[in-house]
Design a protein around this ligand. Structure first.
Ligand SMILES: Cc1cc2nc3c(=O)[nH]c(=O)nc-3n(C[C@H](O)[C@H](O)[C@H](O)COP(=O)(O)O)c2cc1C
Length: 385
């Protein structure tokens, strides 16, 4: 296992502060770091970036021997950010800012357009530091008929002028923006942020005047019930739990670290809240299905079906799509989505559901460990704020 250097491990100047030269240097560092992350995530043989368990293996559908419905009647159409889509599946926020990232974004956006699903992109912070890379994020031209959503870090909402961000969002012609929370990754990034105070208030302020709906997501450790409540109460339209069991960003960073820092990162391999029981807990605590999205460790069509049955409105995947695009471009991504669709439709028939509304109330058989985790999360969410 090697370590990936980006030659950018230096403290960053904040947001749009500092001279144009300093901003540009930060932009270069952002691009190098994003490229290194991409290299690590796609090289499955050399770098292990996953950890923990998503909990989907602890959930089973009740098989119906007499489904009493016809497969062609199964309906999987839904909406995303208020726009119609063909499937309750989305391509999670990932990349941009490097040549490789740009190519991946184009192919992912084309595949999303062909399959009628929403597509995200990586953090757009870099376009305010290195404006020429805006093209990497102008995905609407490749995905004109499906929702495209931008991305920014919660920490940046403290540092940056919101009007500048709104202007960027308008230029990208996106239908929504995902605000990511990634304190775990930042702590293990040599150049990362260390101060996480004020993100909830900044997100609330940002949401209030945002020209597009705001989705708040984690990046693989999960949004706990208390944070979810704070975010929804402060105006975020959607929550994507992005729980654990899939890409673990402390492990991604570990491949850029050595010695004791790398060993410290290793201790966080199974950190985080498993996606499946977290979804169940948030629904039980009253998070409306229409505002709840699932991702984190979703690895196949049955995981997607289970996430929908646990109460998610739509389900996102990151690592499987970036690896598919790297291996076989647009074709590989559309093929993968086709496989997910086949499994989803079949799981719906076999559990006796012809609509996504029915799927959301399908009978599930869960393990005692799943129920223990869910109940502990519900308990944690009942705390007075
Ligand atoms: C290569 C790569 C780059 C990513 N970059 C971002 C990003 O810029 N912003 C963000 O919110 N999440 C980012 N993520 C996190 C994903 O959106 C997702 O939350 C996380 O990877 C868990 O999903 P997974 O287990 O399906 O990979 C990235 C993930 C990957 C694999």
């Amino acid at each position: 296992m090697g370590t990936v250097s980006t030659k950018s491990d230096k403290p960053e100047s904040a947001g749009n502060a500092g001279s144009a030269e300093a901003r540009r240097a930060d932009g270069e560092a952002d691009g190098l770091r994003k490229a290194a992350h991409l290299d690590i995530c796609i090289d499955e043989k050399q770098y292990d970036v996953e950890g923990g368990s998503s909990g989907f293996e602890e959930v089973r559908f009740l098989h119906r021997a007499l489904p009493e419905l016809a497969e062609p009647d199964v309906q999987t159409e839904t909406e995303f950010f208020g726009h119609p889509v063909r499937l309750p599946i989305f391509i999670s926020s990932m990349t941009g800012g490097s040549d490789h990232g740009y190519n991946a974004n184009k192919e992912l956006a084309r595949a999303a357009q062909a399959c009628g699903i929403p597509v995200g992109m990586g953090s757009i912070r870099i376009i305010f530091r290195k404006p020429e890379v805006i093209e990497h994020f102008q995905l609407k031209r490749y995905a004109p008929d499906v929702p495209v959503f931008a991305n920014i870090g919660g920490v940046q909402l403290i540092e940056m002028d919101h009007d500048v961000l709104y202007e960027g969002i308008k230029r990208l012609e996106v239908q929504g923006i995902a605000v990511h929370l990634n304190p775990g990754q930042e702590l293990f990034q040599p150049e990362g942020d260390r101060d996480f105070r004020g993100i909830a208030a900044a997100t609330a302020r940002f949401t209030e005047s945002s020209p597009v709906p705001v989705l708040v997501k984690e990046t693989g450790f999960g949004i706990d019930p208390i944070s979810a409540r704070m975010l929804l109460e402060s105006g975020a339209q959607y929550i994507d739990v992005a729980g654990s069991g899939g890409t673990n960003w402390v492990q991604v960073e570990r491949h850029r670290l050595s010695g004791a820092a790398g060993e410290a990162a290793e201790e966080f391999r199974s950190w985080g809240i498993a996606t499946a029981p977290l979804l169940a807990a948030l629904r039980a605590l009253g998070v409306p299905r229409g505002r709840l999205l699932a991702s984190g460790g979703v690895r196949n069509g049955l995981d997607i079906s289970k996430a929908l049955a646990l109460g998610a409105h739509s389900v996102g995947l990151a690592l499987p799509f970036i690896r598919a695009v790297h291996a076989g471009g647009y074709e590989a991504v559309t093929e993968l989505i086709g496989r997910y669709e086949k499994v989803l439709r079949s799981a719906m028939v076999l559990s006796g559901c012809s609509t996504l509304q029915e799927l959301a109330t399908a009978t599930l058989l869960t393990s005692s460990s799943f129920r223990e985790q869910r109940d502990a999360l519900i308990e944690a969410g009942r705390v007075e704020l």
